[in-house]
Design a protein around this ligand. Structure first.
Ligand code: MSP
Length: 602
């Protein structure tokens, strides 16, 4: 059998036991050219292009001890907005990975409580997360389950390499384990608490309030402390690595003050639901090591020919995570990757939590909102809109139906819906006519403003022309501002900017009063107002696609923007002069209102 690395890996005939065979193999001549071709793109005209690394964004993978709630949906939506934004930019392929985290004590105990096999619980709840991604229009390319054989292979390989490189040792561990958080806490991070329900006292994590239990057992440890300096140097050199900056400061301080070696296995007698340690079935791999590797599995690890990981997205561009799991992603994960010389993810976006009546929404508290019910009630895009607009990265946000109603009415109905209607529906003007009139180059010698104003004083006229000038100037900076916020991983600010422009364009229309201009025969001013309002809405519609994909498409259909003219490059003033004829009927029998009145507003 060939010992060519490329051949073995493409055939997937390696196993954990022939790791060394794989690593000692060379690459044969014909496979070298396969690798070379993979890195180069041969386009249809026969020219060679260097392949750009795809943009790769991930959500955390979700525990399947219970069904999804709004907090989970939030992580998914943020990652989806980032991916769709990249697609809108159009300069490279974009990949989104999500999935379910199925091993560990938490899932094992949930299955015991329900008296069902853990895999059955995993199958049911994983399906529910998958269904949520579909229902919420999440454009994921991968859905990784940690019980997938392919993921297990990746974890086993990862472990074997850690072991081989001397970063793992065996010892007896004594400490507080929290099943709910799937982590150990040092003595300094636990305290006595009294349950408000039972009155019983118990030991709990100070950070999360979840119960901890004392364990003493033999397990494997990862030499995390030996990465202290490298981690701190890395943070120092990459101050924008964690967004927002308050989390960056927390992580740094944690590494400076609390770093301990990490216990990375549990005795199989205690934790049977997991991936056994290769060559030591008495131990089960710690669920967080297992889970973090999912980001590599989705990128094809370990079947990576030299540098081919780039083609599959690695290193990840952005890991989206909630604030409760920042430490795992910003401390343990980079250290594990450093140990194997695997390039680190480029950035971590850490979001705040959704609260219900000031308490974190969580299954254990029992205050969760079912995302399927919320979508049924508000619609996919209104809910996505609310989560992105009103959620926050640096702090927590309150989830409340009244707030959703308020956002819906103000932003979507009165703001966006009204703007679309004002531009596309009135009988006194036609958007297409305005576009043709304003963008047609006048014939030589003719005066395009010959018809300008019959009935206005120059003072009145300058109010109108000033309003148009200001509108044009601000419109030109909108895309720059929104792009800046997206580059800074701040989808909330980006969406708020777009919506501020919706409100501004409505104000522009109120100032121009096109219905009045139509009455008084001010044709040129009327065309100019409708044209510039139309341009605003076209650009708004393009920019809104990553946030509310279905509604944005409906806006652009109503404006008559061709589906192949909806990229970020098209979001420029005067870039498209061919739209204006609706792609859907707006008259009788027209599709229902963009943002219909809400059925029940309690
Ligand atoms: N399985 C781990 C992640 C492993 S990633 C390698 C996990 N799962 S989780 O199901 O508990 O949480 C998944 C995501 O949902 C996290 O980003 C978490 O912050 C987020 N949320 C869970 N509850 C939340 C809120 N109440 N609000 C916002 N997001 C929250 O952790």
């Amino acid at each position: 059998m060939s010992t060519c690395w490329e051949f073995l890996s493409r055939q997937r005939i390696w196993t954990i036991r022939n790791v060394s065979r794989l690593r000692n193999s060379s690459i044969c001549h014909s496979c070298k050219s396969v690798q070379a071709r993979r890195k180069l793109h041969i386009s249809s005209d026969g020219t060679l292009e260097i392949k750009v690394k795809p943009y790769y964004v991930t959500t955390p993978i979700f525990y399947v001890n219970a069904t999804p709630h709004i907090g989970h949906l939030y992580s998914m939506v943020l990652a989806d907005v980032l991916k769709r934004w990249e697609v809108l930019r159009g300069s490279r392929q974009a990949i989104l990975s999500t999935g379910t985290d199925e091993h560990g004590m938490k899932v094992q105990r949930a299955a015991e409580l329900q008296d069902i096999p853990p895999k059955a619980l995993c199958d049911t709840n994983s399906d529910s997360f998958k269904a949520l991604a579909k229902r919420a229009n999440i454009s994921n390319d991968h859905f990784i389950r940690t019980t997938d054989p392919q993921h297990r292979e990746a974890v086993e390989y990862f472990w074997a390499r850690l072991k081989e490189s001397g970063h793992i040792y065996e010892t007896t561990h004594r400490g507080w384990y929290c099943v709910s958080d799937e982590t150990y806490y040092p003595d300094s991070m636990v305290e006595h608490r009294v349950s408000s329900v039972t009155g019983n006292s118990f030991m709990a994590s100070i950070e999360t309030g979840n119960a901890v239990e004392m364990t003493e057992e033999k397990n494997y440890h990862f030499r995390l402390t030996s990465f202290r300096d490298r981690l701190l140097q890395f943070y120092e050199a990459n101050p924008g690595w964690i967004v927002p900056s308050n989390r960056y400061a927390e992580v740094k301080s944690w590494v400076e003050n609390n770093l301990e070696d990490l216990s990375i296995s549990r005795p199989a007698g205690r934790l049977s639901w997991g991936i056994p340690v290769p060559d030591d079935p008495e131990q089960t791999i710690y669920v967080w090591v297992d889970a973090l590797v999912n980001y590599l599995t989705a990128a094809g690890y370990p079947v990576w020919a030299p540098r081919s990981e780039r083609d599959q997205g690695w290193p990840a561009d952005t890991h989206v995570v909630g604030k409760d799991i920042i430490r795992f992603h910003a401390v343990y994960w980079p250290a594990l990757l450093m140990a194997l010389d695997i390039p680190l993810p480029k950035r971590i976006l850490c979001h705040g939590h959704w609260l219900m009546s000031q308490l974190k929404m969580s299954k254990s508290v029992g205050n969760v909102v079912n995302p399927f019910f919320a979508i049924d009630r508000w619609g996919v895009d209104p809910l996505r809109y609310f989560l992105v607009y009103s959620g926050a990265m640096a702090h927590d946000s309150e989830y409340n139906n009244d707030f959703i109603v308020e956002r819906y009415k103000k932003g979507l109905q009165t703001g966006l819906g009204n703007l679309v209607n004002r531009i596309t529906r009135p009988k006194q003007w036609k958007l297409r006519d305005a576009i043709v009139a304003v963008t047609t180059v006048p014939s030589e010698g003719s005066d395009p403003f010959a018809n300008l104003t019959v009935s206005m004083t120059s003072g009145q006229l300058s109010i109108f022309t000033n309003a148009i000038d200001i509108h044009i100037e601000e419109l030109e900076s909108l895309v720059r501002t929104v792009s800046h916020h997206m580059d800074e991983l701040n989808p909330t600010r980006a969406l708020q900017e777009i919506m501020a422009w919706v409100f501004e364009t409505n104000r522009f229309i109120a100032t121009m009063k096109p219905w009045h201009l139509a009455l008084t025969g001010e044709k040129v001013l009327l065309e100019q107002s409708i044209y510039y309002a139309g341009e605003s809405l076209r650009i708004i519609g393009i920019l809104l696609q990553p946030f509310i994909p279905e509604k944005a498409a409906m806006v652009l259909d109503r404006l008559g923007v061709s589906p192949d003219r909806r990229t970020l490059q098209d979001a420029k003033l005067h870039k498209d002069v061919d739209y204006g004829t609706p792609l859907v009927s707006l008259g009788k029998g027209a599709p229902s209102s963009l943002f219909p009145p809400l059925a029940v507003e309690d």
